[in-house]
Design a protein around this ligand. Sequence first.
Ligand code: HEC
Length: 127
Amino acid sequence: MRSTMKRLVIVGLVLTGWHGVALAEDVSLSEKLTASHCGACHTFKRDEPHGMGPNLHGLLDRPAGSAPGYDYSDSFLQRLDGQPWSRELLDAWLADTQAIAPGTAMTYFQDDPGKRELIIQYFESSH
Ligand code: HEC
């Protein structure tokens, strides 16, 4: 009986350990993908200056068009001003920015749902 318990504890530890490793790999993959797809125009850390696009610190749940001091296009504000950036809105935005806000200054299409998911995970993990 005692040795069965011990074995169960060990199995539990091994499983938790693997889970930790898998998660760490996903995080670095999503961070790399976001840096390479978005980093040319956006910054991600608090108080970093805007690039061609607005700083994206704390993006999820923040209202669209609310980065202080960033001059959003009229096309963007007409369609999105004040809408909270939910997971769903961000997914639709990344799939086709021009379908969400025709004429927006950001043109980006990502057909691969797996890549969109990794990019969204980056914003979830970097609050
Ligand atoms: C070529 C430059 C460029 C690239 C690359 C780019 N963006 Fe943008 N992004 C912009 C610009 C410019 C705006 C402002 C749009 C406007 O005012 O019409 C913007 C706006 C945004 C907004 C609205 C933010 C807010 O404050 O409401 C989000 C979200 C966003 N981008 C996410 C991303 C993500 C995620 C990526 C990478 C997959 C990305 N962008 C890649 C230029 C870019």
